[in-house]
Structure formats: structure tokens, C-alpha cells
Design a protein around this ligand. Structure first.
Ligand code: ZN
Length: 457
């Protein structure tokens, strides 16, 4: 398989130094450190070692299209650009006028974007991003792999495959031949785009090399010294999203959605991965917990009572009177778990919970039988006055649900969904009540989910 590779466009020399100075003015953290200068050599221009991130206060960019794609395609591209906004303070808005980001689809010109704040230095009649030949017929997976990747460049993220740990594995001459043949690049372009490492640099967001990052393109085994392909990232992963959130922090309301855009739901010894954007369970699920959740103790792998995605990059899984803490980015249970609930969750039932969720107000709601508590995340304890009965405090909750729920999740659409047996209700968070017309059966409203219910063991 030969991918169209991406290249990061750089400004012509006469504009580059001015643009680098502008980048540092917009976000002082873009300035190269003394260490960067030393590592990259004293002769490089400032522009070569200056990051191009937008201000830490967030990214608000307008987007226009240069070749009149249909409204359906424009909306689809925008939705994938805004996928970064799930955990980072990033929003792209289409404009009928001249956008700050200008997208072309020139055939044969490949996929490329300028890096971060460099887009401000491009003439307004010229594109800042090219998505060669993208159409409504382009597979959905390519929107994930390419549009989100190019948007990453627009956000100021360089290529992960140019980290030294990866570049050192590339056979230089084979790579030059390969990219000249498959991409039509010159020798100098291959050296610039693939073979020049930057590391320990302000240009790089994350601490560790991540060969499955969305910002890492696939490299074929035939150009690698060790003969092992670099798989590249097909989508924004948890590490990408978490670091985007650190570069452009809040305000992003907590939901049950992981940085990768998925919600995980459990039943007995199995789980499913629910794709929020596609509104269905991903293909290939359910899968067993055992073997797929590194570090889960055997009893937790046989079934949990509830899983709650917290706001600290961790998820908590409860079983009986114990719980474990899962690290989202490192994708494994933290050392030292399971622990007893008793003494570690002040005010919570020591015997366990049925369901729990973090609410956009920064409180967690945890349920057991016909009662619930409100947990103050900042104070790390149950608020005074709890537990309370569900009945009377969750307007519109049907009687059967007020007797106890199996699981509850918060969606990015401002709704929470509570499950009980084969039914669910939709709760409007802003209106603070169950929406009219509920409960409804899980089947057929949650494609791919167990029709008999979730969140039980
Ligand atoms: Zn790229």
C-alpha cells in the first residue's frame, strides 16, 4: 500500500523570519530554548527552530474553500477539523468570505498544510491546506487519517515521524528513492520532510515518541533498517488529544467521551467501544475485557459495576468494595490498584456503586440502589447532605429508574443517558430534566449495543 504522504509547507525565506517572530509574539512558548539551538546547530535560521503554536488562550479560526465544494462536503471536512475540539480549546468555523484557513483540493498536489501561525503569512488568495481530490466518495477513514492530520499541522503540530527515534531507523538512500518515486519529491524534499530529525525541541508536543500518533505518517517496512513498518496513526489518539488539550487548555466540558472520541460501555466480562460521531458501536465489538484492558485484575475483567471517566486523565472502575484507576494516555491500570473504596472516596458507600458519571459542572454523580451522591472533584469528597433519593431529585426520571440505574453517561451534545435494563432515558443537562418521550428501548436506538442492557455484571 502506498499512501500519499503529507508535506508541511514552509514559507519562502524572505517571509519565514518575520513569521517566526510573529509566532513568538503570539505565544512566547514558541521561542526556541538554548537547548534547541545547541541541538539543532548554530547556523540554522530562527525560523527553523521556532514553534508555530497559536496562543494558549485557544484557537478560533475561520475556514473557507477555494473551489466550491458542496455544502455536504464542507460540513464533513469541518466536522473532522473540529474533532480536535473534543478535548482542546479549538474551534474552526466556516465563513463565506475569506477564511484564515483556506482549503484547496488540487489534484496531484498531495496533502499538505502550513504549520500553525504560518497560515497568517500566506496571501489571502492562496490555500493554506490542500486535500487533493477529496470528495464525498472519499472513504470515511481518510477523513479521519488525512483531514485530522492536516488540521493538526494547522494547529501547529509537526510530524511525529521526524523524531530522532524514528528517523534513526530509516534507511536514508532507500527512503530517498522511495519518496522520489511515490511522491514525486526531490531529494532535498525527502531530506527535509522525512530525514531531518528534530527532537528535545519546542517543536514537539509530547514527551514520548508515539508511532500511532495521528501526526505520524506510515513508513513502509522496505525503507526501514529494521524492516519493521511504522504503522502511523489512523486517527487522533488519546495521547494526541491529551497534549492538544495541554497546549490549548479548556474550556472543554467533561463528558464520558475519551479523547479518541469513543465511549466505553461494559456488560459482564465484555465491553463495546461506542463511536460518538458515527453514533454506533464500532465494528468488531463486543470484545472481552480480559486481554484488552492492560492491568485489569482478573475479577474486574470478569465484570465491573461501573466505569467513570474522570477529569484528571484517569478513569475509575468499580467492583464491589474495590476500585482501580486507569491511565487514559498510557492505556493501563496504574500501579498500586485495586484499592478499597473505604477511606479513599470520602463519603461514598464503602460497599460500592451501581453507576457513576462526571457532569459538566465538575461534580460527579454516583448511584447506588435508589440513592445517589454528588461528589466534589476539586474537594475530593462527597458534598454535605448526600446521599439523597433519586426520586424527586432527577425530574422526569421514571419510577423504575428511580429504584436504581445500571449505568449513566454524559454525551458531548449536552445530554446524559441513563440505562436501566433494556431501556434508557435522555436527560437534558441544561434543562435539568428527562426529555419528553422517554424511556425508550435500547434496541434500535443504540446500534450495536446489547439490547438487554449495559453496566451490569
Ligand atoms: Zn503531515
Amino acid at each position: 500500500m502506498t499512501y500519499i504522504s503529507c508535506s508541511i509547507k514552509t514559507l519562502p525565506t524572505e517571509l519565514a523570519e518575520e513569521a517566526a517572530a510573529k509566532a513568538i509574539e503570539l505565544n512566547p512558548e514558541n521561542a526556541p530554548s538554548a537547548q534547541d539551538r545547541a541541538a539543532l546547530g548554530p547556523d540554522l535560521p530562527l525560523s527553523a527552530i521556532t514553534a508555530r503554536r497559536w496562543p494558549k488562550s485557544g484557537v478560533r479560526l475561520s475556514v473557507s474553500f477555494l473551489d466550491n465544494p458542496g455544502a455536504d462536503l464542507r460540513a464533513r471536512i469541518l466536522s473532522h477539523m473540529n474533532a480536535w475540539g473534543a478535548w482542546a480549546n479549538v474551534r474552526f468555523t466556516e465563513t463565506a468570505g475569506t477564511g484564515q484557513v483556506r482549503i484547496a483540493r488540487k489534484a496531484g498536489d498531495g496533502y499538505w498544510s502550513y504549520l500553525g501561525t504560518d497560515v497568517l503569512s500566506i496571501a489571502t488568495n492562496k490555500p493554506t491546506m490542500n486535500l487533493a481530490s477529496f470528495s464525498m466518495n472519499t472513504p470515511e477513514s481518510e477523513f479521519h487519517r488525512v483531514v485530522r492530520h492536516e488540521t493538526g499541522h494547522t494547529l501547529g503540530f509537526p510530524h511525529e515521524h521526524r523524531r530522532k527515534a524514528i528517523v534513526d531507523r530509516i534507511d536514508r538512500e532507500k527512503a530517498i528513492v522511495y519518496f522520489m518515486r511515490t511522491q514525486g519529491w526531490t531529494r532535498a524534499e525527502v531530506i527535509e520532510q522525512v530525514l531531518t530529525p528534530f527532537d528535545n525541541s519546542a517543536l514537539i508536543a509530547s514527551a514520548a515518541t508515539d508511532p500511532t500518533s495521528i501526526m505520524c505518517y506510515g513508513l513502509p517496512a522496505e525503507i526501514m533498517k529494521d524492516g519493521i513498518a511504522v504503522p502511523g496513526g489512523p486517527d487522533i489518539n488519546n495521547l494526541d488529544a491529551t497534549f492538544a488539550g495541554q497546549l490549548y487548555p479548556g474550556p472543554v466540558s467533561p463528558t464520558s467521551m475519551w479523547p479518541n472520541g469513543k465511549v466505553y460501555l461494559f456488560k459482564g466480562s465484555q465491553y463495546v467501544r461506542y463511536n460518538v460521531a458515527a453514533d454506533k458501536v464500532d465494528a468488531g465489538y463486543p470484545l472481552p475485557i480480559a486481554g484488552n484492558w492492560p492491568g485489569f485484575p482478573a475479577d474486574f475483567a470478569s465484570g465491573i459495576d461501573s466505569g467513570v471517566l474522570w477529569t484528571n486523565g484517569k478513569a475509575y472502575y468499580f467492583r464491589g468494595n474495590q476500585y482501580i484507576r486507569y491511565d487514559v494516555v498510557n492505556d493501563r491500570v496504574d500501579a498500586g490498584y485495586p484499592r478499597p473504596i473505604f477511606n479513599n472516596w470520602p463519603g461514598l458507600w464503602a460497599g460500592g456503586i451501581d453507576a457513576g458519571v462526571v457532569w459538566p459542572n465538575g461534580k460527579a454523580y454516583l448511584f447506588k440502589g435508589s440513592q445517589y451522591v454528588r461528589y466534589d472533584i476539586a474537594a475530593d469528597r462527597v458534598d454535605p447532605g448526600y446521599p439523597k433519593p433519586i426520586a424527586g431529585n432527577w425530574p422526569g426520571m421514571p419510577a423504575a429508574f428511580a429504584q436504581g440505574i445500571d449505568e449513566i453517561v454524559v454525551w458531548p451534545n449536552g445530554k446524559a443517558y441513563a440505562f436501566k435494563g433494556s431501556q434508557y432515558v435522555r436527560y437534558d443537562i441544561a434543562a435539568d430534566r428527562v426529555d419528553p418521550g422517554y424511556p425508550l428501548p435500547i434496541d434500535p436506538h443504540w446500534p450495536g449495543l446489547w439490547s438487554s442492557g449495559v453496566g451490569t455484571r
